[in-house]
Ligand binder design. Structure first.
Ligand code: C2E
Ligand code: CA
Ligand code: CA
Ligand code: CA
Length: 280
């Protein structure tokens, strides 16, 4: 039994070393991928649950490495944060997203022009002057500020509330809109919802997933009511079934996003989503 314990311990150490090795390899590949600008945004459409219009597209980072294959953002964004690569990567992705969004206007067909929604990592938000970076990218690309939405999570607001508030205000003064991502999963004090220049609440997909059960359904309903009372737009993430869509629409949720409508698609496919959507 003693020996067994020691063997287990050795196996554990080996596993850990393997894990670390894998991480080191990913980190090295990530550095190269960022240098070559190989990580690009795909876009997941967001639809009005009221009239079916295409209201926005969320940029989601995609990385297909020649050696590692497809690596998901849940793996590489945290590594990019820990290694500081997120600063360069974040600006790269924002710039790409703005340039892509510039090609989405279809004035000839009278269709609405979807907004582009870009995630900003809490680490990046804390460390860098995000307002300055966004200003620079908007100036460089020529995208009107009103076409850009920045998604931040609640953790951003807890770390340094004063600084976060100042940054959000700067962005909002530029005309950029701000969405609070994964809403309901953080430790929000509801008072800041009133004091910050927010435009949108994104209901976390775990609540939408469990909406067939009363507790989650009540949380979703409470968030929608909260949004209505504060004059914020509410969007549900992770809408996968027709039943969920109908429940959300009935509860008064304005917008939805999820596999029911579409997964994230490459930039070149967005125009197809625009043409398939009904005029707003
Ligand atoms: P998120 O911002 O909450 O993004 C939503 C995630 O849910 C995406 O995963 C999306 O593909 C997935 N999703 C969309 N619809 C459905 C659905 O109906 N069902 C389910 N189960 N999932 C759905 P993805 O692309 O793997 O991204 C994971 C996370 O990585 C994102 O969560 C975000 O936190 C981060 N991330 C992705 N791209 C970026 C980026 O460009 N910058 C930063 N800072 N973070 C990013
Ligand atoms: Ca998001
Ligand atoms: Ca989210
Ligand atoms: Ca998330």
């Amino acid at each position: 039994a003693k020996n067994g314990g020691r063997n287990q311990c050795r196996m554990f150490v080996q596993e850990m070393q393997k894990g670390l090795q894998k991480r080191l390899i990913i980190t090295e590949r990530l550095k190269a991928a960022v240098a070559r600008e190989e990580i690009v945004p795909f876009y997941q459409p967001q639809y009005s649950l009221v009239d079916g219009g295409l209201v926005g597209c969320e940029a989601l980072a995609r990385w297909a490495d020649a050696e590692l294959g497809f690596v998901g953002p849940d793996i590489f964004i945290p590594i990019a944060e820990q290694t500081g690569l997120v600063t360069v990567l974040g600006e790269q992705l924002l710039k790409r997203a703005c340039l892509d969004a510039l090609t989405w206007s279809t004035p000839d067909r009278g269709l609405g022009c979807p907004m582009v929604c870009v995630n900003i990592s809490p680490i990046q938000f804390e460390r860098d002057d995000i307002a300055k970076m966004v200003r620079r990218v908007l100036d460089d690309t020529g995208l009107p500020a009103a076409r850009l939405e920045i998604e931040v999570t609640e953790s951003v607001l807890i770390a340094d509330t004063q600084k976060a508030a100042a940054t959000l205000l700067e962005l909002s003064d530029m005309g950029v809109t701000i969405a609070l991502d994964d809403f309901g999963t953080g430790y929000s004090s509801l008072s800041y919802l009133r004091s910050l220049p927010l435009n949108r609440l994104k209901i976390d997909r775990t609540f939408v997933r469990d909406m067939h059960e009363r507790p989650a359904q009540q949380i979703v309903n409470a968030i929608i009511q909260l949004g209505a009372n504060l004059g914020l737009c509410v969007i549900a993430e992770g809408v996968e079934t027709e039943e969920q869509r109908q429940m959300l629409a009935k509860m008064g949720c304005q917008d939805g996003q999820g596999y029911l409508f579409s997964a994230a698609v490459p930039a070149r496919d967005v125009h197809r989503l625009i043409e398939a959507a009904v005029p707003q």
